[in-house]
Design a protein around this ligand. Structure first.
Ligand SMILES: [Zn+2]
Length: 275
């Protein structure tokens, strides 16, 4: 376990405070203290060190280990995180079967805390699995939120805030994908007035304004709506989360829309949301 990679861990009291339950948090504090260690100061993420360890032999050479620790002392930049995702996606396209993950050692290594270096909001579609699409990223690397249509609802936004503010992930990707059923359903509602059953209609509501704005502007109505839905989700993170917007203004976080092609395996990244 790398000491340099320890970061602030939210114990039960921290989580309650985050949720605004200060009094309940105080009441729980004494019982929490017995099992939860005191928070340590976060001074680095160490994802590179972990990634390097994950693919190296069990006992890395002292020189390599020292280099990994040196890198762990400074947090990963948003641009470096984006470059890692792009490299990983190239690996996936070139040879998807070669993307293995060293799960056993990673599991043991991460038992003390997580340090993900990218947050990914994407669709629940079973063909869109970020850990695979980005080159076999293993445990503890990506902080993933999934729902049909990669909708930025309250749960998604709160999860993104947690990943960016408390886990210090430097990159947020909102990734739609081609042939998305949820976006297609929203397009059907806008174009044909289709009524969707159960809670599905309510779920796709946030996509409707995007579909409406895209209608008649492209021959590929669904494809364009998929892209605009990812762009809109990325832009709304800035608009609706002062916490994340602050991190973006400081240059600590970037928000990037993307679209995954389920046929070719390629992820196309678009212009980051401007601060
Ligand atoms: Zn989808």
């Amino acid at each position: 376990m790398c000491d340099a990679c320890d970061t602030v861990k939210l114990d039960r009291r921290g989580l309650m405070k985050l949720a605004g339950f200060g009094l309940a948090a105080t009441a729980l504090a004494s019982s929490a203290q017995a099992s939860d260690p005191a928070p340590k100061k976060a001074d680095g993420h160490g994802a590179d060190a972990h990634a390097a360890d994950a693919h190296a032999a069990e006992a890395p050479a002292p020189k390599a280990k020292a280099a990994a620790h040196a890198e762990a002392s400074s947090p990963m930049s948003p641009d470096k995180a984006l470059a890692k995702l792009k490299e990983g996606n190239k690996r996936f396209i070139a040879d998807a079967n070669a993307c293995a993950a060293d799960l056993v050692s990673r599991r043991e290594e991460l038992a003390g805390g997580q340090h993900p270096w990218a947050i990914v909001l994407t669709c629940s579609d079973s063909r869109v699995t970020p850990e695979l699409v980005f080159g076999g990223t293993t445990l503890g690397e990506l902080f993933v939120i999934r729902n049909a249509g990669n909708v930025l609802d309250t749960g998604a936004l709160g999860t993104i805030e947690y990943g960016a503010e408390h886990l210090h992930a430097p990159l947020i990707v909102v990734m739609g994908h081609k042939k998305c059923g949820a976006v297609s359903a929203a397009c059907d509602v806008v174009k044909a007035g289709t009524k969707l059953p159960g809670s599905i209609g309510k779920m796709v509501e946030p996509i409707l304004p995007v579909a409406l704005a895209t209608l008649y502007k492209s021959e590929d109505f669904v494809g364009q709506t998929i892209l605009e839905n990812a762009r809109s989700g990325a832009a709304r993170i800035m608009e609706e989360s002062p916490m994340v917007a602050h991190l973006v203004h400081e240059g600590k976080v970037k928000i990037v829309p993307a679209v995954y092609d389920i046929s070719t395996g390629e992820v196309e990244f678009y212009k980051p949301v401007m601060s």
